[in-house]
Ligand binder design. Structure first.
Ligand SMILES: [Zn+2]
Length: 161
């Protein structure tokens, strides 16, 4: 018959179990471990995404963040003016007058967020870099900033604080 091939009979499960002395779950586990190691190796060596790498150097299967506001700081995407400028041709400057409203400016330098930094960040926050994202209280401050920024972006007549 056309298109039909003569395949040998597939092995029976008992024959396979006899030939392969370990459980399929062991193979799955080894493959998963190998894939993660390969992913980690590529992530370590990549020239791309180095800012995200500085925040999240370790690859994981689980979602690390899952927060709309903080993800904007991790990725640099969203309401930040530099992102809006890059993708939508808008002005990249911050409302404080700084020419680049990027995440580092927002987190460390922007005078509009001095009160939030005082309230939520440790005094040495410039030394812990974006390790602020690992601290629960700092995270709430960062989330506050990004939430306010979104509100401002959606309603430009409102103030930032
Ligand atoms: Zn600013």
């Amino acid at each position: 018959m056309r298109g039909q091939m003569n395949w040998p009979n597939p092995p029976l499960r008992t024959e396979v179990d006899h030939l392969v002395s370990f459980d399929a779950s062991v193979i799955k586990k080894l493959l998963k471990k190998h894939i993660l190691a390969e992913w980690q190796s590529k992530w370590n060596a990549s020239a791309k995404g180095r800012e995200v790498f500085s925040l999240l150097p370790e690859v994981r299967e689980t979602r690390t963040l899952g927060n709309f506001f903080l993800n904007q700081l991790y990725t640099g995407h969203g309401t930040l003016a530099v992102y809006q400028a890059r993708f939508f041709g808008r002005n990249s400057s911050c409302q404080c007058g700084h020419p680049q409203e990027d995440r580092l400016h927002i987190v460390y330098d922007c005078p509009l967020w001095n009160d939030t930094r005082k309230k939520h960040f440790p005094k040495d926050h410039k030394n812990v870099a974006l390790g602020l994202l690992a601290n629960k209280i700092s995270k709430s401050g960062l989330e506050h900033i990004m939430r306010q920024k979104l509100q401002t972006a959606l309603s430009p007549s409102k103030g930032e604080n």
